[in-house]
Ligand binder design. Structure first.
Ligand SMILES: *[C@@H]1O[C@H](CO)[C@@H](O)[C@H](O)[C@H]1NC(C)=O
Ligand SMILES: *[C@@H]1O[C@H](CO)[C@@H](O)[C@H](O)[C@H]1NC(C)=O
Ligand SMILES: *[C@@H]1O[C@H](CO)[C@@H](O)[C@H](O)[C@H]1NC(C)=O
Ligand SMILES: *[C@@H]1O[C@H](CO)[C@@H](O)[C@H](O)[C@H]1NC(C)=O
Length: 476
């Protein structure tokens, strides 16, 4: 599918974007080098973007390069950090940020992380700030649970998702920030070094986006490896933010550690995630927006999200997950060029009675999967609620999910699409899908879903079989 068409589905594109909006956006990237030499990149489809028209192929269409560099620039070594992979640098990072905070209203600041392996516990970002990973820089998450404090839960969750009370902080965390960049060097991609462009007036365009990378594990002490890059940035309603761009990012979490989602746009708008490689014990990318009655009352949706050329593996979870916490709503999501292998699912939409909210206008194209247990899975009944206060009448609305141009090898079974009895998943469109399914599991399982399927193998379930020659799905 043509990228431009999909970008147009974003309201800003469709209705014409105020120039100031595109100029004054919040951009964020994080890069870890070594990425380009990895073998997966050679086999991933569409791994090499054309550089001729950055708007067409990359998040670059979302922002313009910053006009002015940060006023104060320091190396983390200045604050006593040692990049030997063994020394804890938690205090050095925190000290650096405390110092650089004071430049927030004096032209901003940048913290450089040189080549090396920088072991650290959680530290916060600050406003008008760039965290810059130089070539060869890797941030390693500490395995000492004491370096990952518990903080207050998000209001849209009511409690920690993974525990009662508060939640575990992310490795790299921020709250109520504006104008933050996390970026790295990836020399072969011209658009990878993305300066932040965000001015106060325009940052106020989007309410309450939050952004989570590789965090939320309960069992850090069990981590087999330390290679984790994680980032959490949340802007509260007082701070606001425009666009968020995460590009050329490698997130490595242990494959068997629970709650280690790679990237979670949660109640976030105008997010572009591109050219990322993720290994994780949970979803590679999960789009979320709050949990049951808390998410319903906060009512901050995730909207206008592009996820492009994400590759990776997650043995027990999915490549792209939407939900199961989606009570604030999820709208306008485009996923292109997803490549997932040795995973439980490639695409999973999860919801439940009690969630309320909606998932609408989701388009996934050019998906490649190998050795996936359930390639496409829509499910209900995760049956996890924050507390007894959830409303059994709060049904989610799922409408307009399009999946096209899919090839899957050694897939465990045909798609499993389970809607909710009184909230049928509507307007599903599944087109040009070829799944080489192992064993006898070639029968689709469908319940409470409607829509159409074209040019799909194995033969789709009755619910999706069209009997008219002119089909909105085929033309879409
Ligand atoms: C960030 O910089 C802008 C000027 O570009 C300034 O108005 C704002 O107060 C700064 N924010 C913080 C938190 O210092
Ligand atoms: C980081 O920010 C959180 C609030 O989001 C706060 O609870 C925590 O104490 C901060 N940590 C440091 C080291 O400042
Ligand atoms: C069908 O999908 C495959 C990828 O699986 C793609 O190569 C092909 O071009 C698609 N066909 C059409 C007509 O879009
Ligand atoms: C096929 O036609 C029948 C009768 O008109 C209709 O009830 C059914 O919904 C149609 N199926 C689809 C998938 O459009």
């Amino acid at each position: 599918m043509d990228v431009r068409v999909m970008l147009r589905s974003f309201p800003c594109r469709r209705h014409g974007c105020p120039a100031s909006l595109r100029l004054l956006s919040l951009a964020m990237t994080l890069g870890v080098v070594g990425l380009l030499s990895w073998p997966w990149l050679q086999t991933a489809p569409a791994a090499a973007p054309s550089h001729e028209d950055p708007d067409r192929h990359s998040c670059a269409g979302f922002y313009r390069p910053a006009a002015t560099p940060r006023r104060a620039v320091f190396s983390v070594e200045h604050f006593g950090a040692v990049g030997d992979g063994r020394t804890s640098n938690t205090e050095a990072f925190r000290k650096a940020v405390r110092h650089l905070e004071s430049f927030g209203d004096k032209g901003g600041s940048q913290l450089n992380v040189p080549r090396g392996r920088w072991l650290t516990g959680s530290f916060n970002l600050t406003s008008n700030f760039t965290l810059f990973l130089e070539e060869g820089a890797v941030i390693l998450g500490s395995q000492d649970p004491g370096e990952w404090p518990v903080i207050d839960p998000l209001p849209s969750y009511g409690r920690g998702r993974e525990r009662l009370g508060g939640r575990h902080i992310s490795l790299i965390h921020g709250d109520g920030l504006s104008d933050v960049v996390v970026t790295g060097v990836l020399s072969q991609l011209p658009t990878q070094s993305i300066p932040l462009v965000c001015k106060e007036e325009i940052c106020s365009f989007v309410d309450y986006p939050s952004f989570v990378l590789g965090h939320r594990t309960e069992r850090k002490h069990r981590w087999a490896r330390q290679d984790l890059v994680g980032l959490l940035v949340e802007q509260d309603a007082a701070a606001h933010a425009g666009y968020v761009v995460l590009k050329d990012l490698t997130v490595l979490a242990p494959l068997h550690s629970p709650n280690t989602d790679g990237i979670d746009p949660d109640s976030s708008s105008h997010v572009c995630i591109e050219d990322c490689y993720i290994e994780s014990g949970d979803d590679l990318v999960a789009v979320k927006s709050g949990w049951d009655q808390y998410g319903i009352s906060v009512a901050r949706p995730s909207t206008d999200i592009i996820i492009r050329r994400v590759s990776g593996t997650t043995p027990t979870c999915s490549g792209i997950g939407i939900g199961s916490e989606m009570s604030g709503g999820v709208n306008n999501v485009v996923v292109e060029g997803l490549h997932v292998w040795d995973s439980a699912a490639a695409v999973r939409i999860k919801t439940d009675v009690g969630r309320g909210g909606y998932i609408t206008n989701v388009k996934l194209t050019d998906l490649r999967m190998e050795r996936i247990k359930v390639p496409i899975r829509f499910s209900r009944g995760s049956n996890d609620h924050p507390d007894e206060g959830w409303d059994p009448k709060a049904l989610p609305r799922i409408k307009g999910v399009h999946i096209a141009n899919v090839i899957g090898f050694e897939v465990g079974k045909a798609p499993v699409l389970e809607g909710i009895k009184d909230a049928v998943f509507e307007d599903l469109c599944i087109r040009n899908v070829t799944l080489f399914v192992k064993k006898q599991e070639v029968k689709w399982q469908c319940e409470f879903v409607t829509g159409e399927a074209y040019d799909v193998s194995p033969v789709p379930c009755e619910d999706l079989r069209s009997n008219s020659s002119s089909s909105w799905c085929r033309e879409s």
